[in-house]
Design a protein around this ligand. Structure first.
Ligand code: PMP
Length: 299
């Protein structure tokens, strides 16, 4: 098997040598930020948007990333090149770095920037053809005024609790509500509902991460002339929708055909979901940063 190279400490190291300190606050406290990015056929999809979200998340938690957006962009591209990947999943992690056992992040002087690129284990195509069964879980989304869901932090416990509940219920994803009972998102995906050709997704302040895929789907829907709105809605609206689908970097666009035992529409992926998935798959190969256009060198 080909060697896997990880970017860390300003250069590339072999996977087995890519190690961080047990005193790193990313490890001790989940103190850091991350992005999940995807490359399609030599194109990194919406790399700039991902990096802007990363830099915003870092700014929000007062974490100084020692690279500019352009430098980070080059590092991502070079990590793909180094691993000879045209298609792949990229995990960009910035942890607060090594400190002591106390919480104080100001004692961490050296944030760690780590980029991992590997082949994506895609969901089986059959899941896209069949659609997902999901359930609503008891865990609620972090309140946006307590820990903003816009911060894509390394503290994913809220989402992990949701994933545990989904797994215990025997389903691959879950519906997460916010503290007021409105629909927020899945454990790692945004949610859309379709009724009478009108498409709705919850606004960010309800408690959803502003997903890059979500934004691309909203643009595609508007381009297609759909009535596309960000709107607060409840489980009732989900149960009675004609179509429900989830979006995310890994999942792309995937239909949900059953929620809490209520069959959605005809119980199969609907036409709007299928159309937007097709459009999205065309978009990702023409709308991105080309691997090979990087100019600055990283050692
Ligand atoms: N919500 C959460 C909580 C997520 O972790 C993700 C995955 N990053 C998403 C939504 C989807 O976002 P994106 O389309 O940017 O991958």
């Amino acid at each position: 098997m080909a060697e896997q190279w990880i970017f860390m400490n300003g250069g590339f190291v072999k996977k087995e040598d890519a190690k961080i300190s047990v005193y790193d606050h990313g490890f001790l406290y989940g103190d850091g930020v991350f992005e999940g990015i995807r490359a399609y056929d030599g194109n990194v999809f919406r790399l700039k948007e991902h990096l802007v979200r990363l830099l915003d998340s870092a700014k929000s938690i007062l974490l100084q990333i020692p690279y500019t957006l352009d430098e980070l962009s080059d590092i991502v591209v070079q990590t793909l090149q180094k691993n000879e990947l045209q298609d792949g999943y990229i995990r960009l992690v910035v942890s607060r770095g090594q400190g002591d056992l106390g919480l104080d992040p100001f004692k961490c002087k050296d944030p760690q920037v780590i980029v991992i690129a590997e082949k994506l284990a895609l969901f089986p195509e059959a899941l896209y053809e069949k659609g997902l069964n999901i359930v609503t879980v008891a865990s609620r989304r972090n309140r946006s005024d307590v820990l903003s869901p816009k911060v894509k932090s390394l503290n994913y416990l809220n989402n992990i609790l949701v994933k545990i509940e989904a797994s215990l219920a025997g389903v691959p994803e879950a519906l997460m509500l916010n503290d007021q009972g409105y629909v927020a998102e899945g454990s790692a995906d945004n949610i859309f509902i379709v009724r009478n050709n009108k498409i709705m997704t919850p606004p960010g302040y309800v408690g959803a991460l502003e997903g890059i895929t979500r934004n691309a789907i909203m643009e595609l829907a508007i381009d297609k002339g759909y009535d596309m709105t960000e709107q607060v809605f409840t489980r009732h609206d989900v149960y009675t929708a004609d179509e429900v689908f989830l979006t995310g970097t890994a999942a792309e666009v995937i239909a949900v055909v059953d929620v809490d035992g209520r069959t959605i529409g005809e119980g199969v992926p609907g036409p709007v979901t299928q159309e937007l998935l097709q459009d999205f798959r065309q978009l990702v190969i023409r709308d991105g940063v080309k691997i090979g256009t990087s100019n600055s060198e990283v050692s």
